[in-house]
Structures are given as structure tokens and as C-alpha cells.
Design a protein. Sequence first.
Length: 301
Amino acid sequence: MAQIRGTAGYHLGNPNPFGGPKSDAADPSPLDAIREQTSKIEDVLDTVSEPIKPYLPAIGRFLIVVTFIEDALRIITQWNDQLVYLNSYRHIPSGLTHLFLIINVLTMIACSTLVIIRKHSDYAVAGLMGVVVTQALGYGLIFDLNFFLRNLSVIGGLIMVLSDSWVRKTQVFAGLPQLDEKDRKMYFQLAGRILLIFLFIGFVFSGEWSVWRIGVSVIGLVACVMVVVGFKAKFSATLLVLILSVFNVLVNNFWTLHEHHPHKDFAKYDFFQILSIVGGLLLLVNSGPGQFSLDEKKKVY
């Protein structure tokens, strides 16, 4: 296979017609050249991150649910404001507003705790996904494109939690074909990687353009494509973690705003949502892209 990629197209696999030694080296493809360079960077990153590697899954799971924990605390501390908004602006009856907030708070706290301690992850993830949907409907944000893209990424992070929690075993469902949990994990890893990058797409197409924004957008979009196709996914996910972390600290620095600043809550909300996507990317760095990826295909061939 290696020899048919060379440029010596007329004597493939044959000895040199001029009597010289046979050349075993093949011209490297662009992907092979990129893979070689990124492998060196990955080796350095592996060495640097070695002390925290055992804790990476726990850190990733905590960061994924931190936005739900912050949201629950915000609802509790701004209870009256939440009731007024839902009743006066969303026209939800008073009794239902109380029920809506109570169910959301209890679900977010309980399910976030289960994700952190890695217990009943299927139910916990389903509960948190339900919160995302009900809040989009309740607060009237379902048609807000930026909110929609961000929450797709949050759902991608939750899917990564789900795939991370599964082990190789077979579960039988009545009336349905058997599906090995390893196979389910492959499909969910693919879905999680695809959904994780939507936050960055929202970042690219919102806000004012500048030279640094164009540069970051180009680098980030290349990394997003690499994550989706699973080409050097660990390296590209690490790159996105660095970009999003720097962006988060510089742009969503809510701690620098006055307590009553009108944008403080928005900046805090954005800050913790980006932390959740960073958590999903960390799980991707830890577990790898799965079998539906160029990285795994390279191992096969």
C-alpha cells in the first residue's frame, strides 16, 4: 500500500531500471505530514498533562454540569425576578411558574450531582437534556440562534458524558435487536463531537469582525473540522480548549462588572456555558474520537 502512493508511477514496486538500489520510501501525503507534526505536539502535551490525566474525566464531567449548577443557584437567588419575568412577559400562570422553577432547580441539582459522581448517568443526562428543552420553551429562547447553537454544544457535552459512562456489555431490550454498548458508544461519540463544535460556529458568526477575530476564527474552524472528522481529534480538541478558555476569560469576565451592571448576568451565563463545552472537549481529549474517525481508520490500515 505504501509504495503505490509514490510518484514513481511507471515502475511501482519494481527495482530501479538503472541498476540503483530499490527505494522503499514513499512520498508522504499532506495528511501524513500534518499527522507527523501534530504527533510531536501531542507527545509534548501528554508529557505536560501527565499529572492530571487520571483526574481528567472527573474534571470534564464537573465542567459540563457547572452551567446547570450555576443556573440553579441563580434561579434560587433571583426567585422573585424569575417569577415576574415568567408571569408578566411569558404570560405563564402564577401556579405554573412556581412549579416550573422548582422542577428545574431540583432536576439540575440532582442530575448534576449524579453526573459528577458517575451514577445513573443515563437518567441524569436525560434529565439535564429535558431542562435544556423546557427552559428554551419556557423562556422563549428556542428561536434565538446563538442560544440554540450554544445549547447544541451543551447537549454534545452531555452525550460525551453518556458515552464516557458506558462499558463493554450487552443490554437487551424487549422486542428490539441487541446492540452492544461498545457500538452505542461509537455512535454517541460521533454525535457528541459534531454537536460540540456548534458553539464555535456561533462565535464565528456573531460579534464585530477584527483581525484577531478572523485569525482565531480560521484556526478554530480548522480545529472544528478536525474534531468532526476525527483527524488528530485530541490535538484539535486541546486547541479548542485553549482558544475557548482564553476567550472566556477575556470576554466573559463577569467578575469585573459592577453588581448591578445590566450585562453581568449574561456574561456569567455565557462564561459557565463555555466551561461546559470545555468539559465536553476534555472528555474527548481523554477518551479519543471513537471508531468513526480518521484517527481510527489510520490504525486499521
